[in-house]
Design a protein around this ligand. Structure first.
Ligand SMILES: NC(=O)c1ccc[n+]([C@@H]2O[C@H](COP(=O)([O-])OP(=O)(O)OC[C@H]3O[C@@H](n4cnc5c(N)ncnc54)[C@H](OP(=O)(O)O)[C@@H]3O)[C@@H](O)[C@H]2O)c1
Length: 251
């Protein structure tokens, strides 16, 4: 039995991906977000909602921790774990702290699932990549077995860039809108442009430099834009932002 503590965005994506894959595992959900948990349980025959968080812990061989990091100390303090396996997807909660939160459980893995696990196209860094965690995340796409916790936190830091990606798209669309293009058309156009190029990002043999060159005709407008924003220090700002996130995750 896979138990889930915290049924929010990422738990829903994982439960969906697992339940729609082959041989779905039995899944027991915590009851706090009852409407969503009940909906998943009604939709997938392998999914049930538990009466309490403690019931999730007691009935599960593997417990998946999907609460927000700030809620974790209080949620875990109320629970009695035994020696079951634990997978935490909580960003920025190191193994040392996890060991204290779920003692006496010993087999603890950290994972960084992406929302694309919902359609089993995730690429999930795991540390340590214990067999029980590989078995689970192999069902949801691919696994990256990370060498140590520092490397794991670097992958985690890189996920802080997603909202900025949408901010970037919003900026482009707002630039069009400010110059008289209807907002709906601007957003539709920018969305279509980036949705199409995003499809070239699936696969394991990626070369971003090559993709960039393919889209930057020498002397053309993509090349011009790259040069101008580069001269303004945009790429250094990206490094700086990531450095700050790394410092937060690895103080
Ligand atoms: N979203 C992502 O793409 C993503 C990716 C990788 C990792 N993560 C990690 O996954 C975790 C959850 O993120 P999320 O985006 O899924 O957040 P979320 O949507 O807010 O989900 C967290 C859930 O935990 C519930 N919760 C709070 N207290 C609880 C309790 N005492 N018992 C049971 N459930 C409780 C919340 O309920 P209430 O809303 O009622 O408080 C909420 O449904 C975070 O630690 C985050 O770092 C997220």
């Amino acid at each position: 039995m896979l138990g889930v503590l915290g049924v929010g965005t990422i738990a829903t994506a994982m439960v969906t991906g697992l339940s729609e894959g082959d041989n779905p595992p039995d899944i027991l959900l915590s009851p706090r977000n009852a409407e969503l948990a009940a909906k998943l349980a009604a939709f997938y025959p392998n999914v049930r909602m538990a009466g309490s968080n403690q019931a999730v812990v007691e009935q599960s061989d593997v417990v998946l921790l999907c609460v927000r990091p700030s809620d974790a100390p209080q949620v875990m303090a109320e629970l009695r774990f035994r020696d079951q396996s634990v997978i935490s997807v909580m960003a920025g909660v190191p193994l040392k702290v996890l060991h204290e939160l779920v003692a006496p459980a010993q087999h603890i893995v950290r994972a960084i699932p992406l929302p694309s696990v919902a359609v089993r196209r995730g690429v999930t860094p795991l540390y340590p990549a214990a067999d029980f965690s590989r078995e689970l995340f192999d069902r949801l796409g691919r696994v990256i077995a990370v060498a140590d916790e520092t490397a794991f936190d670097l992958f985690s830091a890189s996920t802080a860039t997603v909202a900025a990606h949408f901010l970037y798209l919003n900026r482009i669309s707002a630039w069009l809108t400010a110059r008289g293009i209807a907002q709906r058309q601007a957003q539709q156009y920018v969305g279509a442009m980036f949705a199409e190029i995003a499809s070239s990002l699936h696969g394991s043999e990626l070369d971003f430099g090559m993709l960039m060159r393919q889209h930057a005709t020498p002397g053309g407008i993509n090349e011009l834009f790259c040069r101008v924003v580069g001269e303004e220090g945009v790429w250094e700002a990206v490094d700086k932002g990531l450095d700050r996130v790394q410092q937060r995750l690895m103080p």
